[in-house]
Write a protein that binds this ligand. Structure first.
Ligand code: ADP
Ligand code: GN1
Ligand code: MG
Length: 370
């Protein structure tokens, strides 16, 4: 990604309708995609107001204007529902802070797109589950998110990344990447490549069921990892779902599965020591219960049955994406050290393998909540 100079960031900050006098900014969070900053403004004696500023990743999101149209649409819809239910619209949804020209974004002289949000105060986003109850609450919140958007006019949503969870298409890209091997890395990761190739059959499962209309397309989040939810520091409830770049029509099983691959793992996503990495069945159960509850009866019987498959497919797909990126020279996911995408890939494959060992148990758990 292109470097951001201080001047460029200050210029962007100057183009939004922030309240108060600018004090400072600092890099924020652990996202793999956008460049995120925390901004602090002074609004009066001893009073400050904080905001999130992001440079959007326009290599990945090639249509930032359409993307922001989605986000404005979804957040204003959620805001309405939250107000109707007596909630706090400043904390329970992202709110887009407009630029000074009232647009939802600012484009700088280098052609970079910037956006700003309210900072969700008194909350934390976790990289690893600390307490099972927190994971349960995140499940309820992601389920609620899907439920609240069940009647959102899906046709008005732009597809921000075409084929985002088209696992079969991603498998094709993976195969081509291995064949090209632009960084000469394929020979050193033969084991991982074979792991993918041996499992080709799971890449088509959801596409086929969708084509046969056995499962519905819904408005989904599509990137439901634990650090994309802000948990209230006092109540420990999942208070606000963030990172709305990939809200698009998608599958309920994938939203479930992406949470499992990240949150039900006993280790961080990039843990190099694979003996620490397992798919925890207690966490799997806790999330299953919370998600089904949060979806509030909206899920069909078939969708519930397929939840374990969602976990396996999403974990497999994510591992394959990390491996693809490693083979392509780490151009998609941000890395902070060499080999990080390979470590990420290996944790995902370890989890897939572990789910295969625990497959029966996963089915039994889900059956309990039918
Ligand atoms: P990415 O797409 O790169 O993952 P995110 O939008 O998820 O970017 O932001 C990265 C991190 O920044 C989040 O995991 C969260 O910790 C923090 N963050 C983002 N938006 C907010 C917000 N509005 N309030 C508080 N923290 C936020
Ligand atoms: C990215 O944006 P972030 O860091 O929440 C990615 C997800 C992956 C995830 C893996 C737009 O999520 O699809 O599952 O990394 N987002 C995009 O950690 O590609
Ligand atoms: Mg994120």
């Amino acid at each position: 990604m292109r470097h951001i100079s201080e001047g460029q960031r200050k210029d962007a900050i100057g183009h939004f309708c922030f309240e108060g006098i600018y004090q400072k900014d600092q890099p924020w969070g652990n996202g793999h995609i956008n460049d995120t900053y925390l901004l602090i403004f002074e609004t009066g004696e001893q009073k400050t107001k904080r905001y999130i500023l992001q440079r959007m990743n326009r290599d990945i999101f090639s249509k930032p204007v359409e993307l922001m149209e989605n986000i404005v649409g979804v957040t204003s819809y959620l805001r309405k529902i939250i107000i109707e239910n007596g909630g706090d619209p400043e904390r329970e949804t992202l709110n887009v802070i407009p630029a000074k020209d009232q647009k939802a974004y600012y484009v700088d002289a280098q052609g970079e797109y910037w956006r700003a949000f309210n900072f969700i105060e008194n909350t934390t986003s976790f990289e690893l589950v600390e307490k099972p109850e927190d994971f349960y609450e995140s499940a309820v919140a992601f389920g609620n998110f899907q439920r609240r958007l069940a009647d959102y006019p899906a046709a008005t949503l732009h597809e921000t990344i075409p084929g985002f969870h088209d696992t079969k298409a991603r498998f094709q890209v993976f195969r081509e990447t291995v064949a090209k091997d632009v960084c000469n890395r394929a020979a050193s990761v033969k084991k991982e490549i074979d792991f993918v190739l041996e499992r080709e059959e799971i890449t088509g499962v959801f596409g086929e069921l969708l084509a046969k209309k056995e499962i519905p397309l819904r408005v989904t989040h599509n990137d439901t990892k634990l650090n994309n939810i802000m948990m209230d520091n006092e109540t420990r409830k999942g208070i606000c779902v963030i990172d709305l770049d990939t809200v698009m029509p998608g599958l309920a099983m994938n939203d479930f599965g992406d949470s499992i691959r990240f949150g039900a793992s006993t280790a961080l996503e990039d843990e190099p020591d694979l003996t620490k990495v397992w798919c925890d069945m207690n966490l799997f159960e806790v999330y299953t219960r919370g998600f089904i509850e949060g979806c509030g009866g909206k899920l069909t019987q078939r969708e519930i049955e397929l939840l374990p498959m969602g976990a396996k497919v999403m974990t497999f797909e994510c591992g394959m994406r990390f491996l693809t990126d490693y083979l392509q020279g780490d151009t998609y996911f941000k890395i902070h050290r060499p080999g990080q995408n390979l470590d990420r890939c290996r944790t995902q494959f370890k989890l897939v393998w572990d789910m295969e060992q625990k497959w029966q148990r996963m089915q039994e758990i889900v059956k309990k909540y039918h």
